[in-house]
Design a protein around this ligand. Structure first.
Ligand SMILES: *Cc1c(COP(=O)(O)O)cnc(C)c1O
Length: 452
């Protein structure tokens, strides 16, 4: 009988994060000041982030030590299991081997606490009292609220209005950890008030919520801002996923040919894939890494690779990334975590270097894959994670057609227990495919900042 689960002990929890910047064949384009269009320095970011995190953002070290209190907190749920999807393989009748790294075992049900915990730790160490942040579907807000409770920090969450209304239990979860949650756009900030003045029914977006959270942090001395994806230090923290998986594949006496992750801002994909891509860049086995986005918010496959703002209110520095345009408001798909106009600069850069592949998937096909996964493997995936499931199933079916046995590994970034409304709509045929407006996209891309 084949082994199903590969578990590491607490003692085997990796002691280092992996920093892919150290192995890049071409350096990452610099982050620019929006006014001067010149590269920014660490001091420019210090109103928003503590210095330890800023230094991680620009570090060239290959391995960065995980502080002991962070490892202690990780032990609440880590190491996370690597599971062979034997039932799914049988159902698909594929010669491929399918593994998934399951991040839904965290207290809040996704990979997000992997970075929330170290971010809270470094902020606490720097004497910060309060963190502000944005959240889409609520996964990040609840993760930071949990981390705030672990390290004794106040947390204020701006939650995208559509999700605030669709996902009341995420809201209650954030509050259970003692954090504050406000529907965004809100009356609490200039950015929010400006938007509501022109459009009182604005459904909100991650870009808007980021502006609100950044504004509060920038205007209060004891408050800093925390971002759940996109930035280098966030992807760095998430490499705990891939570092564990490297050890687990050693246990399994196997190694992936294909690595798959869904991408909103790129953090679970990067965290899972980068340690393997790093091995490849240093002369190890060649793998194919596939980033799977929503066809309703296709930054990697339809966006421009250009300098853009991280937020809608244009308070952040300019980063070079695949972007739909910071003024683009993505349609209200259920995979709220995939509704972001941009993509992590690191993921974008790897795509430009052809070190990863990107594809976009439709909402309905993804839910169909999610249901098949639930029926075979038992876990109901978060709507975001169904995108990775869909791509993994397609690769396994390709193997069947070609008669090849590849090893496919995907990141199951979270469970869908707070997303059952979406599943209910799917099961009652009330869910459709959602298209973005090409017109809105063109308009948003015309408004990209001009950088020489
Ligand atoms: C937030 C989230 C995502 C998308 O974010 P990334 O930074 O791209 O990983 C994907 N899956 C789940 C379960 C999430 O909560």
């Amino acid at each position: 009988m084949s082994q199903r689960k590969y578990n590491l002990t607490e003692n085997e929890l990796p002691k280092f994060y992996y920093n892919i910047i150290s192995d890049l064949p071409v350096p990452l384009p610099p982050v620019l000041h929006p006014g001067t269009k010149q590269p920014i320095g660490p001091a420019d970011l210090s109103p928003l982030f503590p210095m330890e995190l800023i230094l991680q953002e620009v570090s060239g070290e290959r391995f960065i030590e995980i502080p002991e209190p962070v490892r202690e907190a990780y032990k609440i749920w880590r190491p996370s299991p690597l599971i062979r999807a034997l039932n799914l393989e049988r159902e698909l009748d594929t010669p491929a081997k399918i593994y998934y790294k399951y991040e839904g075992t965290s207290p809040t049900g996704s990979h997000k606490p992997n970075t929330a915990i170290p971010q809270a730790f470094y902020n606490k160490n720097a004497g910060v009292k309060k963190l502000t942040t944005e959240t889409g579907a609520g996964q990040w807000g609840s993760a930071l609220a949990f981390a705030g409770a672990m390290f004794g920090l106040d947390v204020e969450v701006f939650m995208v209005r559509v999700s605030f209304e669709q996902k009341p239990y995420r809201k209650a979860m954030i509050q259970s950890y003692g954090a504050n949650v406000t529907a965004s756009p809100s009356q609490k900030t200039n950015s929010g008030r400006n938007i509501l003045e022109n459009d009182p029914d604005n459904p909100g977006s991650l870009g808007i919520a980021i502006s609100e959270a950044v504004e509060i942090a920038a205007t209060n001395d004891d408050t800093k801002y925390s971002l759940g994806s996109v930035l280098n230090h966030v992807l760095l923290h998430q490499t705990i996923i891939g570092n564990e998986a490297l050890l687990q594949f050693e246990m399994a006496n196997d190694y992936p040919d294909i690595i798959i992750g869904c991408v909103g801002g790129g953090s679970n994909f990067g965290g899972f894939a980068f340690p393997f891509i790093g091995e490849m860049l240093r002369g190890g086995k060649k793998i194919q890494a596939i980033a799977v986005e929503s066809s309703a918010c296709p930054s990697l496959t339809k966006g421009l690779y250009a300098y853009d703002f991280g937020d809608t209110g244009h308070l952040t520095p300019l980063v070079k990334m695949h972007t739909l345009g910071s003024t683009f408001i993505p349609p209200a798909i259920h995979a709220g975590g995939l509704r972001y106009h941009g993509m992590a600069p690191l993921v974008s850069h790897l795509k430009e270097l052809n070190l990863i592949k990107a594809q976009a998937e439709e909402q309905l096909e993804c839910f169909k894959a999610g249901i098949l996964f639930a029926k075979t493997e038992g876990i109901i995936p978060a709507p975001e994670a169904t995108h990775a499931v869909k791509a993994a199933i397609d690769e396994a079916l390709n193997c069947k057609m070609e008669g090849t046995s590849k090893t496919i590994a995907f990141s199951l970034s979270g469970h869908g227990h707070f997303d059952m409304q979406a599943y209910e709509e799917y099961l009652t045929n009330n869910l459709g495919n959602i298209q973005f407006s090409e017109e809105d996209l063109l308009l948003a891309q015309k408004q990209l900042p001009k950088v020489a």
